[in-house]
Write a protein that binds this ligand. Structure first.
Ligand code: GAP
Length: 596
């Protein structure tokens, strides 16, 4: 991971945000090559999810929204991590991220400082507890306790001692009432400060801001923690303005913000990141049954290539897992994916199923994307909270329902009532509500259900960089060993597609021809022109940033070895170093299908 982080900085993929001011926790900037890489991933996703499909539309909504949206979605009340606070330093840590430690828990009833720089003596009476980890000299832990006492006192008194004054005073603090108790594998101490942790409390992850000149602390707006809610909030506008029918989807790419407690693993868990989300709206299974007479069941090996009218949520969900897997194959991640199907216990009460697509990262196998079948929870919540109907009218459903006998209708209702009663999570829907829901359904009205594939762009970029990173040892002509880095990025996502090199920079004919080739290709793809250093060095520089093709313009190109090679170039392949001769006029036809 360190090597990847270092390459990213050295070659301009990813920089720490605000680095010249010491950084900004959990926030990253993409340099010239990172910006291209992200743009390529974004386009690959956008093309695959909407441009190449007839049933998905795009949206580009604002980051700021009416805070009522986050109340309706449940984020205000439940989008929280459980946190514990260090009693010495007030530093917080995620309750489920505390590593177990063994050692001696040292407790003190108070402390005394004989003489401060201003000649006073200070008595500090509160009790504190910290861990002296196994193997540590107790004196070190006592020193931490003294400093903690002092800093806490200074904080309460608003003193502004500098570090040197504090250091000098620490040695003069006398601890009182020390007791020690051995602890084994305890998760009650902060992993960095060793201070005892307080009880777990929810900490909302949404970032607050204040919109307009009159907003106060009591009426914050939030930076969106996901792009999905804007899709739900604009569902009706898109539906009414786009002449679509359910099933169809709305997708969006955009920034999301979460005040992550422990941002970590480079860009993997950041506080500002980009999501690529699709909400695919489908008929409820009951509507499918009324129209088609049955809901197709999923079984291993089911044909998921073409959506069918008799698909219910389960097959749609499986279909999207398959579609998303195919996307990852297209960007070169096909062989590093795993799937985690959430168990009944993991699932939210409204969710039918959720699968996490996991990917191998240098720090372990972690989530890249989640694909959830969320029922009609989201639109129903917005319908309830906004008072605006989110139902659609389905003519086909109304016509099919009109042909049902009263017994058939009653059988459908009875089936749903039985399903409600056997729910293991959430409250069953009361019978009157079930009947009212069917009344509307028989008239062709329903709130669509949704399948949500939700991916993170920054995680995807990190995943392709990690997968592509490779090092090989090379021995040069003088026998000197060198480690060569090659980024084996898929040509579709590589930031630079082609490096264009005149063999020599001091031959104007070579340079002019190379510039001509560069100008030709540049209109269609990101290229890099380089005439400095040896040709081997120039290849290596491009290998390191993942450029899949190197084009060299040499004396053959100028026709000096005979007219048959005139206006041909050498195309070198990054991954195996293979070279082939291609006519300049055929270059675009050769390269474009591989890089688009
Ligand atoms: N609307 C559903 C949703 O937001 P999520 O699992 O919280 O679901 C979806 O997020 C994806 O967004 C994740 O799979 C991940 O790729 C990305 N993501 C979430 N939190 C992130 C973070 N703090 N930093 C980077 N990417 C993140």
């Amino acid at each position: 991971m360190e090597k990847i982080v270092s390459l990213c900085k050295r070659r301009g993929f990813i920089f720490q945000s605000s680095e010249i001011y010491g950084g900004c926790g959990g926030v990253w900037d993409y340099g010239p090559l990172g910006a291209e890489l992200k743009r390529n991933l974004r386009s690959a996703w956008w093309n695959c999810m909407t441009r190449e499909r007839e049933d998905v539309l795009g949206l580009d909504a604002s980051i700021l929204m009416n805070p009522a949206i986050w109340k309706a979605s449940g984020h205000v009340d439940t989008f929280a991590d459980l946190m514990r606070e260090c009693s010495l330093s007030n530093k917080r840590v995620r309750a489920d991220h505390v590593e177990a430690q063994s050692g001696n828990a040292l407790r003190f009833t108070g402390a005394q400082l004989g003489e401060t720089p201003s000649g006073q003596s200070i008595s500090m009476e509160q009790a504190i507890c910290l861990l002296s980890p196994q193997g540590e000299h107790l004196e070190s832990a006592r020193k931490r306790a003294k400093e903690a006492y002092l800093r806490r006192h200074l904080q309460t008194q608003n003193h502004s001692w500098n570090d040197e004054q504090i250091r000098a005073a620490v040695s003069k603090v006398e601890l009182q009432g020390e007791t020690s108790q051995a602890v084994q594998q305890s998760v009650d101490f902060h992993p960095e400060t060793t201070g005892e942790l307080g009880p777990a409390r929810p900490f909302n992850l949404m970032l607050k801001t204040f919109l307009g000149p009159t907003a106060t602390l009591d009426d914050p707006t939030y930076l969106r923690p996901e792009t999905a809610q804007a899709i739900f909030a604009q569902f009706k506008n898109v539906f009414d303005s786009s002449r679509v029918k359910v099933p169809f989807g709305i997708c969006q790419i955009g920034k999301a913000f979460r005040n992550e407690v422990t941002p970590k693993n480079f860009t993997f868990r950041s506080r500002e990141f980009e999501q690529m989300e699709l909400e695919f709206f489908i008929r409820p299974d009951e509507a499918v049954e009324i129209i088609c007479g049955e809901v197709a069941k999923w079984s291993e090996g089911a044909d998921l290539s073409q959506p069918q009218p008799n698909w219910g949520w389960e097959l749609w969900h499986r279909y999207w897992v398959e579609q998303r897997t195919e996307f990852y194959r297209r960007i070169g991640l096909g062989d590093v994916l795993e799937y985690y199907w959430q168990s009944e216990q993991d699932l939210a009460h409204y969710a039918r199923a959720c699968v996490d697509i996991l990917c191998e990262f240098p720090f372990g196998t972690e989530e890249l994307e989640g694909i959830a079948a969320r029922g009609d929870f989201d639109l129903s919540q917005h319908q309830k909270h906004s008072g605006k109907p989110q139902e659609v009218f389905d003519e086909e459903l109304k016509n099919a329902a009109a042909k049902l006998s009263p017994e058939q209708r009653e059988a459908l209702i009875a089936k749903r009532l039985a399903a409600e009663q056997s729910k293991t999570k959430g409250e069953p829907m009361p019978e009157a509500e079930v009947r009212a829901w069917f009344e509307r359904l028989f008239k062709g009205n329903f709130v669509p259900h949704v399948i949500e594939p939700s991916a993170g762009l920054d995680r995807m970029a990190l995943a392709v960089l990690a997968k592509a990173f490779s090092e090989t040892e090379k021995v040069d002509e003088k026998g000197k060993k060198e480690i060569i880095t090659v980024l084996r990025l898929h040509p579709r996502v590589a930031p630079i597609k082609v490096g264009v090199f005149p063999l020599l920079k001091n031959k104007p004919e070579l340079v002019a021809k190379a510039r001509e080739v560069y100008a030709l290709l540049k209109q269609h793809m990101n290229c890099f022109y380089d005439e400095t250093a040896s040709i081997g060095r120039r290849y290596a520089r491009q290998d390191e940033v993942g450029t899949p093709f190197g084009i060299t313009i040499d004396f053959d190109t100028l026709g000096e070895q005979g007219p048959e090679l005139a206006d041909t170039v050498t195309v070198r392949h990054r991954d195996d170093g293979a070279q082939q001769r291609i006519a300049i006029k055929d270059l675009l036809a050769y390269l474009l299908p591989q890089v688009q």
